[in-house]
Design a protein around this ligand. Structure first.
Ligand code: NOJ
Length: 768
């Protein structure tokens, strides 16, 4: 063994080099540039040939961090078993091991103590930043700024890679229509077109050039249907039609494959009766077959064994058999593969060729990362020190935070705030919270590291600030995030808050959800302001109606009372480390808000799922006065509180002169549709101009509107710009009743405007 170790210690790249043509490392390296793919495949194959079945299965095994580097080697229990597996070469990847010191220590075991010295990949949930936190992904989506989103992912990759990581479990590209589901915060919202563009931007930002040590592998998740959990309850059953699957859910995933994403994660849910983890239609037929995805699929955490609870596998061995045969390549934390796959191959239940395929995919990605050349590529303690929390990274997350804010209401131009001579009362527990803005996926960030709203406002010295909490959002939080409790009764702080509100010219109230009230496992059945915050808002409004409501939340909220009464409302989500600075700059007008909602805000939780691209139904309108026999509620409007694509600015934009170059086109033809937008306000501002189309008659029924293009423009006061969109055959394609993506001739409408609700419209026709 010792002898062998020496033979292979120069990493298995050396082995490969020798095997390929008896040539030196140098020759192999230089040949990569002119026939990269073939050389890569040959290298992977030559490593694979050296491996025993056990070692190949080992590559398919991913363990959660188990070893305190500074502590003793684990001697008993699960940790000890995992540690032994690592030394035997039975681990292909680790998750949740971070920091150059820890990563190096584990990599060293893999490279120096295992028979073949194959390096590990280190994965982590870098969802919106690593330690310096950017806005939650839903907030970033509200920027509609693809370059900014790409840059935000690149910044996260830079910080994460400097601590030894080389793989993030992001982006989550699940299209989500149900605000009760806690994970809507992790995606790009409800729209497939916008979601696909953002998915690509994020993949490009994370992965960039994988040969650089500043980029990391991205992972498109959760394949598929996870966000369509019944009742918005996390992990719940998913049953959707093929029309929805193909037209709504799949496209962002397909877009990431086309953009070169290297990994996919499957999902916890069952999809139409088959758990996604054991679903060969999803993983083998669609993903690896139709879409030709050549990276690898990792299971979600323990999702292989969860097929037992689903009632789909009788035990862990059966689950391993189903998952591998269905195309799940890597097992995250179920231990089902490492425990059972060898036996399953020997019993003829799993073909060794399928194990080879999975191992080959994983090894290939390791080669692509350059780990065989340098397993410690991401392990540089000096770089780690210089990079984490650097001024450039702070600047980057601040920029993204400002771009993510959406102005929902601004009656009588209450905003921006005057910079001097004002008494401002700041109210709400969230105004003084330095942890909540970090959101729920910030597992490497320390508590109390965000800039609070109060701190952000304190940077502006011209006004007098008074703060009162009013009421808690969360109390009794202990070490475990799941122990966050919601204050539903304590109003003892109201009096002080009312007193300072009475004295103030303006009241800034920061209300909403704590950062830990959305995210995985945090579904809500009531999506109003939690606790006694609604009562606090009403009590303050009674004594001083000049209220600016700043919302912090990880999902659309139902706030009809606030919309009716409060003059100014700012949607500020959870904006990360620089949250308070971004909010203050927007409130004071040093940044003119330009965000647009990526998800519909309902009036009432009972409307959920509510989304702009709904189907018309057979009874869309009331035909006779007082008839109840149409698709509606008897106690609520059908319309949303704030529609998809909506957001105001301190500028005012007027849309006019919508024109089409022609009112019909044929295959290979096109129409250009243009509109003029004028800034009639007093300040320079940015506007996201949106184009939607409606296909009036289809072989399957079509949505009332679908986003098909958008462009962000900046306009000075009185300036007018013309924006032109292109419509061609691709624009109108969808997954038809023929079960393929194609266009159908017929009548269409095109809409252009600053939201999905407020648009100019024209008609056109398409001929085949
Ligand atoms: C479970 C989540 O569903 C998934 O998104 C995440 O990446 C893994 N846990 C790993 O933490």
């Amino acid at each position: 063994m010792r002898q062998m170790k020496h033979k292979f210690v120069f990493t298995s790249f050396a082995i490969t080099a020798v095997l390929i043509a008896g040539c030196s490392n140098k020759i192999i390296k230089s040949s990569i540039s002119y026939s990269k793919v073939n050389v890569l495949e040959t290298k992977v194959d030559s490593v694979l040939k050296l491996m025993t079945l056990e070692e190949k299965v080992g590559q398919l095994n991913q363990y959660n961090g188990f070893w305190e580097i500074t502590g003793p080697t684990p001697k008993e229990g699960q940790a000890a078993k995992k540690y032994e597996d690592l030394k035997k070469g039975l681990v292909g990847s680790m998750l949740n091991v971070k920091g150059v010191k820890d990563v190096t220590a584990l990599q060293k075991i893999a490279v120096e103590q295992t028979r073949l010295g194959i390096p590990l990949i280190f994965g982590f949930d870098v969802i919106h930043g690593y330690k310096t936190i950017s806005p939650i992904p839903l907030a970033e989506a509200a920027s509609w700024d693809l370059e900014a989103i790409k840059k935000s992912a690149a910044i996260a990759a830079e910080e994460a890679s400097s601590v030894g990581l080389n793989w993030t479990f992001a982006p989550m590209v699940d299209i989500s229509r149900d605000a009760r589901w806690g994970r809507v915060m992790e995606g790009a919202g409800e729209d497939t077109y916008l979601g696909s563009k953002i998915a690509v931007a994020r993949v490009q930002g994370f992965q960039g050039d994988l040969s650089s040590n500043k980029n990391i592998l991205a992972c498109a998740k959760h394949f598929a249907g996870y966000a369509f959990a019944e009742s918005g309850r996390d992990y719940n059953t998913v049953d959707v039609s093929e029309t929805t699957l193909q037209n709504i859910i799949f496209p962002p995933f397909k877009a990431t494959v086309d953009a070169g994403v290297r990994t996919f994660m499957n999902s916890f849910n069952e999809l139409n009766g088959i758990p996604a983890t054991g679903n060969s239609y999803l993983q083998r037929e669609v993903l690896k077959g139709d879409w030709k995805f050549d990276g690898f699929v990792v299971s979600d955490w323990g999702s292989i064994n969860e097929m037992i609870s689903h009632g789909y596998a009788k035990d862990s061995k059966h689950a391993a058999e189903i998952a591998l045969n269905a195309g799940s390549d890597m097992d995250m934390e179920s231990s089902a593969y490492v425990e059972h796959l060898v036996a399953l191959v020997n019993e003829g239940k799993v073909k060794e060729s399928l194990i080879d395929d999975a191992a080959r995919r994983i090894l290939k990605v390791k080669f692509e990362l350059g780990l065989f050349d340098n397993p410690y590529k991401y392990c540089d303690e000096n770089r780690e020190k210089e990079t984490v929390g650097s001024p450039a990274i702070q600047e980057g997350v601040l920029d993204m935070a400002k771009k993510s804010i959406v102005l929902l209401k601004n009656q009588n131009d209450l905003l921006p705030l005057k910079k001097s001579g004002q008494k401002i009362a700041v109210i709400g527990a969230l105004a003084n919270d330095k942890t909540s803005p970090l959101g729920s996926w910030r597992i490497a960030a320390d508590d109390n590291t965000a800039v609070s709203v109060l701190e952000g406002l304190e940077n502006y010295k011209g006004n007098q600030l008074n703060y009162a909490k009013g009421a808690d959002v969360s109390v009794g939080r202990t070490q475990f995030i799941w122990e966050t409790k919601i204050n539903t009764t304590d109003k003892s702080g109201f009096e002080e808050a009312i007193a300072i509100a009475k004295q103030a010219d303006i009241v800034v109230m920061v209300l909403g959800e704590h950062g830990l009230q959305s995210g995985e496992g945090r579904s809500r059945s009531d999506i109003g302001l939690p606790g006694v915050q609604q009562e606090l808002l009403e009590a303050i409004f009674k004594v001083n109606p000049n209220v600016v409501l700043v919302l912090n939340n990880g999902r659309p909220l139902a706030i009809p009372w606030a919309d009716e009464h409060i003059p100014a409302i700012v949607e500020a989500w959870q904006l990360g480390t620089q949250s308070g600075n971004a909010i203050a700059q927007v409130l004071y007008g040093d940044y003119n808000p330009s965000g647009k909602l990526p998800m519909t805000f309902p009036r009432n939780v009972g409307q959920v799922p509510i989304y702009y691209n709904y189907k018309n139904t057979g009874r869309p309108v009331m035909n006779e006065p007082d008839s109840v026999f149409w698709s509606h509620y008897i106690d609520e409007k059908n319309t949303p509180l704030y529609p998809f694509g909506y957001g105001l600015s301190y500028s005012k934009f007027e849309y006019s002169d919508m024109q089409l170059t022609s009112n019909s086109f044929a295959k290979n033809g096109k129409i250009e549709v243009s509109v003029n937008i004028k800034n009639t306000g007093k300040v320079t501002g940015k506007e996201v101009v949106q184009m939607y189309i409606r296909d009036l008659i289809g072989s399957t029924t079509r949505p009332v509107k679908e986003l098909k293009g958008f462009e962000m423009i900046e306009l000075n006061p009185n300036e007018t710009k013309k924006v032109v969109f292109l419509i061609d055959e691709k624009t109108i394609q969808y997954f038809t009743a023929n079960a393929k993506w194609e266009s159908e001739p017929g009548d269409f409408k095109v809409f252009i405007g600053g939201s999905s609700a407020k648009t100019l419209e024209r008609d056109f026709q398409y001929f085949n």
